[in-house]
Ligand binder design. Structure first.
Ligand code: URP
Ligand code: ZN
Ligand code: ZN
Ligand code: ZN
Length: 464
C-alpha cells in the first residue's frame, strides 16, 4: 500500500518546510519536493494544509476499572475517537490493585488493549511494594518494553503509594533505566479535607475542588521532586494543573534537575466555575483530579508550555456516563473521577495555542507529539515526519472548523467537557501505520489494527 501526501507543509518540532510525503506499508519512505509515486498510489492533496506527526496522548485510561465501576470507552472506542482527532498513539496505564502482581495486571491490560485501533503503550503503576514488585519491574523493563512507572500520591485506601513505595520504586527505576512518573496530590490531606466537608454537610460536587486545593497538589509535586533529587532520578509529573506545581518544576529545572511536566487540554481551557453549576449532573461530569482551576492557573500552564517547563499535552481520557457519576449524588467523594478528551486535544490545543499566537506550529508538534516520543523513548519512530518513521500522520486543515458536541463525538460517555467550543484547526486526514483511518469526518478505524509499542530502557540516567 503506497500513499503520497502532496503539496502540504511538513511541520516537525525543529522546522516547517514544503514537501510531499511518501508512505509505503507502515513507514514513511521519502520526504521531499515533487516526489515520484507509483500510478497505483493513493494521493492525498494537502494543499494549504500542514502535514504533522500524529498526536501522542501521554495519558489515557481506556477500559479502566476505577472507583467501583469501569470507564465507558474501551480500547477500541477510545482509540478510534483519538484517531478522529489526529492522535495516533496513546500511552495508557496498567494499574494493579494493591497486592496484585504487576505482571499479572500488565498481561490483563495487554489483553484488553488488543482491540485498539491505534498504537498503544503502557506506563505501569506501582501501587504497593514488596520484593515481587522489585522483580516484576525488572521483567517489565527487560522483557516487555516498559520504561515508565506511575505513582499515585492520591487515592488513599485504594491505589495511593506511600513514601516508602515512592522511594523504593524511584530507586529501582533508576537502576533499570526507567522514568518514574507521579500523580501529585497529597492523598492524606485530600482524605481529611473530604471528611471535613462531608461532616459540614457539604456533600455536592462543588466540594470536590475544595478538597483538592492547589497547595495539596504542590506539596506532592515538591515531595516527588525532592525524592527524585535526593535519589538522582528524573521524574515526570502528570496532569500539572496549578501555578504552584509548575513553580516547583521550574525551580527544580533551574537547579539542574531533570523534571518533566504534562498539561491536560482540559486544564488549559476550562476553569473551576463548572463546579458551581446548579445542574449537579453537569458539575459531577467535571469531577476529575486534580480539579479544574481558576483562570490564573490556566495562564500559568500556557506559560509553562511556552517556556519549556511543561513538555507534553495529554487528556487523562477517562469517561464515565451520568449514571456512573450518579454513584456520588449524595457524597461527592464517591463520584468516579475522570473526564474525556482524547478526540479533542489536538484541536483544542491548536485553537487555543496556535490561533492565539502562544505556540508556533512547530511548538505545537513539540508539545503534542515529539517531546512525548523523546521523553518516553519512542523517537524517531514516533513524533517525527522523516524517512524511516512510522507513517502516523495528521493532515491538518488550519481553516477547518468543528463545534465540539457530545452528540456528534465518537467517544462514549455522552458528555464532553469542551461542549459548544468551536475550534479552528482540525484533522482532514489521519493516517495510522500508513492506513487512512479518518478522512473529512469519516472514521475508518479498524478494531485490533493498533500495535503494542515497546519502549526500551534508557541507559541509567541521573537527574544531574
Ligand atoms: O480524575 C482522574 N484524573 N481520573 C483518572 C485517574 C487519574 O487520577 O489519573
Ligand atoms: Zn510476560
Ligand atoms: Zn491522576
Ligand atoms: Zn489519569
Amino acid at each position: 500500500m503506497t500513499t503520497i501526501i502532496r503539496g502540504g507543509t511538513v511541520v516537525n518540532a525543529d522546522r516547517a518546510f514544503r514537501a510531499d510525503v511518501l508512505c509505503y506499508g507502515d513507514k514513511i519512505v521519502a520526504v521531499g519536493e515533487n516526489l515520484e509515486a507509483p500510478h497505483s498510489a493513493l494521493v492525498i492533496d494537502a494543499g494549504g494544509q500542514y502535514v504533522m506527526p500524529g498526536g501522542i496522548d501521554t495519558h489515557t485510561h481506556m477500559n479502566l476499572p476505577f472507583m467501583g465501576t469501569v470507564t465507558q470507552d474501551d480500547f477500541f472506542s477510545g482509540t478510534a475517537a483519538g484517531l478522529a482527532g489526529g492522535t495516533t498513539t496513546i500511552m495508557d496505564f496498567v494499574i494493579p490493585a494493591p497486592k496484585q502482581s504487576l505482571l499479572e495486571a500488565y498481561h490483563t491490560w495487554r489483553g484488553w488493549a488488543q482491540k485498539s485501533a491505534c498504537d498503544y503503550t503502557f506506563h505501569v503503576a506501582v501501587t504497593w511494594w514488596d520484593d515481587s514488585v522489585h522483580a516484576d519491574m525488572g521483567t517489565l523493563v527487560r522483557q516487555h518494553g516498559v520504561n515508565s512507572f506511575k505513582h499515585f500520591m492520591a487515592y488513599k485506601n485504594a491505589i495511593m503509594a506511600d513514601d516508602e513505595t515512592l522511594v523504593k520504586s524511584f530507586r529501582r527505576s533508576l537502576e533499570l533505566g526507567a522514568i518514574p512518573t507521579v500523580h501529585a496530590e497529597n492523598g492524606e490531606l485530600v482524605f481529611q479535607l473530604q471528611q471535613d466537608l462531608l461532616k459540614q454537610g457539604l456533600t455536592g460536587p462543588s466540594s470536590h475542588p475544595l478538597s483538592r486545593p492547589p497547595a495539596v497538589e504542590a506539596e506532592a509535586a515538591n515531595r516527588a521532586i525532592a525524592i527524585a533529587g535526593v535519589l538522582g532520578t528524573p521524574v515526570y509529573i502528570v496532569h500539572v494543573s496549578c501555578a504552584e506545581s509548575l513553580d516547583a518544576i521550574a525551580r527544580a529545572r533551574a537547579n539542574g534537575q531533570r523534571v518533566y511536566g504534562e498539561a491536560l487540554a482540559g486544564h488549559l481551557v476550562i476553569d473551576d466555575s463548572v463546579y458551581q453549576s446548579e445542574d449537579l449532573e453537569y458539575a459531577a461530569a467535571h469531577v476529575m483530579s486534580p480539579p479544574f482551576r481558576g483562570k490564573h492557573h490556566q495562564a500559568a500552564l500556557w506559560h509553562g508550555l511556552q517556556s519549556g517547563n511543561l513538555h507534553t499535552t495529554a487528556t487523562d481520557h477517562c469517561t464515565f456516563c451520568a449514571a456512573q457519576k450518579a454513584a456520588g449524588k449524595d457524597d461527592f467523594t464517591k463520584i468516579p473521577n475522570g473526564c474525556g478528551g482524547v478526540e479533542d486535544r489536538m484541536s483544542v490545543v491548536w485553537d487555543a495555542g496556535v490561533n492565539s499566537g502562544k505556540l508556533t506550529p512547530s511548538e505545537f508538534v513539540r508539545v503534542t507529539s515529539t517531546n512525548a516520543a523523546q521523553i518516553f523513548n519512542m523517537y524517531p519512530r514516533k513524533g517525527l515526519i522523516a524517512v524511516g518513521s512510522d507513517a502516523d500522520i495528521v493532515v491538518w486543515d488550519p481553516e477547518g472548523r468543528r463545534t465540539i458536541a457530545a452528540a456528534s463525538q465518537f467517544a462514549k460517555g455522552g458528555f464532553n467537557v469542551f461542549e459548544g467550543r468551536t475550534v479552528r484547526g482540525i484533522p482532514s486526514t489521519t493516517l495510522a501505520a500508513g492506513n487512512v483511518v479518518f478522512q473529512r469526518g469519516q472514521l475508518m478505524a479498524e478494531q485490533g489494527a493498533g500495535r503494542y509499542i515497546e519502549r526500551p530502557a534508557f541507559a541509567p540516567v541521573s537527574a544531574k
